[in-house]
Design a protein around this ligand. Sequence first.
Ligand code: FEO
Length: 391
Amino acid sequence: MLKKIKENIYFLNTVDWNRRLFDSLIPIPDGTSYNAYLVKGTEKTVLIDTADPLLSNVLFDYLKDVKKIDYIISLHTEQDHSGSIPLVLEKYPEAKVIASPKGKELIIAHLAVAEEKIVTVEDGEELSIGDKTFQFIHFPWVHWPETMLTYLKEDKILFSCDLFGSHLATTDLYVSDECQVYESAKRYFAEIMLPFRNIIKKNFAKIEAYNIDIIAPSHGPMYNHPTFIMDAYRDWISDRVTNSVIIPYVSMHGSTETMVNRLITALEAKGIKAYKFDLTVADTGKLAITFVDAASIVIATPTVLTEPHPMVSYAVKLANILKPKVKFASVIASYAWGGKAIEKIIEMIPNLKVELIEPILVKGHPRKEDLKAVDKLAEEIYLKHSAINLK
Ligand code: FEO
């Protein structure tokens, strides 16, 4: 059954309750949804995006009584939105696909749709479907280069694609629990959009100009109070950091954890929040969330065959590609007989534009002087944070 948003506008959300990993990389503990939308004008009918092909049967169930589709607007070519386009075109062979010029290139490459089936639209271009008008807004790099949003002028709805999305399986049409959606949306922002936050910041002004009643994203529930998520994004794309330290670590025989615990105690005494992540069990999505706000990161690792522990290397690699906002970084390493764990970690984070605070290297179990060095590291972090007015 079509779920009505407004007269002739419908929400076709394919809820994926069971999915726990996205792109074979990103943990999504609350599942997700692939949202398509159907808009019937007096002259034409439009489908906005489709669904992951694994669940295309749900999409086709929504469409079972829809006789004609004139346009499929493809906001983003990643397959969770576009993957069912070829199947929709089979059912509605007269339909044309609307995409940005870059989107056209990617649709041909990923979905083998015939070139003549695709119509491109420029930034700001409009499409009338009779009594309703879409305006297209090119919004690249949230997180692919072809992405666009579209605004339905008469109904003041912004179809925002991945932007403002949340990986959240729910029966809600609209956000009912802002705290829950805040975390899901922040996790999603951290996992794919954080590396592009400066580009998003530049493009954000484009949507500030619109009068928006509803934000209709491609994942999770819609927003009928858009200020909530717009304000959250304004904060996440800003340069603001909080008086906090991320501590991702692994400990094999307790030495590293002893130093991590000492650091947390020392930071706490100075009023600095610590986020401790044992990487052998941590949810890397939670770790990514801290990348959005924390001012510092201290990576702590034992040495395995002269290298950082592989689970630490993975988290450091992730941090390097997600480009956290952190301004200060340090490393705590322990070793049994030798190695270059600290140097290797520093080599792995060229994307982090950070000031490096003197790392700590400990042989075996930490002694008094090692723990004093950890206290000194906490003091250094405190001074650095104070210097940029963090409290
Ligand atoms: Fe929801 Fe970038 O795909």
